[in-house]
Design a protein around this ligand. Structure first.
Ligand SMILES: [Zn+2]
Length: 133
């Protein structure tokens, strides 16, 4: 998985941001569909009924719960990170939005750690730091 700095350097901020929103919403839809599946199976679940069907329903409910939680957490994290970077990607000198060049990026050991980047404006070459959450 690429860090935000790698993604922004490769695609440019605006395309990276757009892709983060698209991917984040795919995770949201995944979480929503898992919730619908869980509700549908809960309606059919009868633990006193025939064994194999109830057991398979229970296994699917547990798996869908796990996937749904992972998906919604990813959705929240991706949108939070994208919005946080978007707020910082306004040039302090000329106020243009999203036209940045990544000059230097700190090492992010995992995707969980914040990554500090030194960026410059593509229009006026003003430099500043942004930090992804
Ligand atoms: Zn500028």
């Amino acid at each position: 998985m690429a860090t935000p700095a790698q993604g922004i350097a490769r695609l440019g901020f605006r395309i990276w941001y757009e892709r983060q929103l698209i991917e984040g919403h795919v995770w949201f839809v995944t979480g929503f569909l898992c919730a619908v599946l869980i509700m549908a199976l809960m309606e059919e679940l009868n633990l006193r009924g025939p064994g194999p069907l109830s057991l398979s329903s229970l296994v699917i409910i547990v798996a869908a719960s796990w996937l749904g939680i992972v998906a919604i957490r990813r959705y929240i994290r991706m949108l939070g990170r994208a919005e946080s970077l978007a707020e910082q990607c306004v040039c302090p000198a000329c106020a243009c939005y999203g036209l940045i060049r990544v000059l230097e990026a700190g090492v992010a050991e995992t995707d969980e750690h914040p990554q500090r980047m030194r960026v410059s404006c593509k229009r006026c070459d003003q430099q500043w730091h942004v930090e992804s959450i």
